[in-house]
Design a protein around this ligand. Structure first.
Ligand code: AMP
Length: 216
């Protein structure tokens, strides 16, 4: 049975950390639309140029652009045993598009689980502004709660740690608003379909991970 996962959660809820860990353990691809869009922005592709202004403001990139990216990615052969979606869908419209894509690629041989990492709002901004990630391998750190051994250097690959352009207080507030207005309604959407698992995200990384594994 193919394993398909959607992770929901506010910015800095810990989705990225947990999904990377789980993808590695289950040996299925980790598909993160935020990173894919940042790569398109860095490469200055046609879509990257459009996406940039939305990302800089903490708004959702237009639905057609992200749908195209995700549709191409999910049709790749490495998704045949399943995948983990981190950051998609982010609105009801995107969830409906995803249902169509999955109906196209699956033959009743897949089990979809939606994990919602529930984190209290007061910790999110603090986590966002202290977040750093490795330029090379994407490993995530937090200068307050999960610092690297050597300042600004990735423990895993020695790469330089950088702060994302949208991890500032102003943009983070917009991203949280966008999450509340557009993404949070997906909790009910998937709960009504009996696909949702709620995980308490206000704990240590390892405790959250063990809890996720108990539910899947
Ligand atoms: P993230 O790395 O998941 O926090 O995403 C960073 C930014 O990329 C978001 O604030 C959005 O501007 C954009 N983005 C990522 N995923 C999506 C999506 N599924 N739909 C629209 N925009 C997205």
């Amino acid at each position: 049975m193919k394993k398909e996962f959607i992770f929901l959660g506010a910015p800095a809820s810990g989705k990225g950390t947990q999904t990377k860990k789980l993808a590695e353990e289950l040996n299925i691809p980790h598909i993160d639309t935020g990173s894919m869009l940042r790569a398109a922005v860095a490469e200055e592709t046609e879509f990257g140029k459009i996406a940039k202004s939305y990302m800089d403001q903490g708004k959702l990139v237009p639905v057609d652009i992200v749908a195209g990216i995700i549709n191409d990615r999910l049709h790749k052969p490495d998704c045949k045993n399943g995948f983990i979606l981190d950051g998609y869908p982010r609105s009801k419209e995107q969830a409906e598009i995803l249902e169509k894509i999955l109906a196209d690629i699956n033959n009743n041989d897949a089990k979809l689980v939606v994990i919602n990492i529930d984190t209290s709002e007061d910790v999110l901004i603090d986590r966002i502004v202290n977040r750093r990630s490795c330029k090379n391998c994407g490993a995530i750190y937090n200068i307050k709660f999960l610092p690297p051994k050597v300042d600004n250097i990735c423990d895993k690959c020695g790469g330089e740690l950088v702060q994302r352009k949208d991890d500032t207080v102003e943009v983070a507030k917009n991203r949280l608003e966008t999450y509340k207005n557009q993404t949070q309604p997906l909790i009910k959407f998937y709960s009504d379909k009996n696909l949702l698992v709620n995980i308490d995200g206000n704990r240590e990384i390892d405790q959250i991970y063990e809890d996720i594994k108990r539910h899947i």
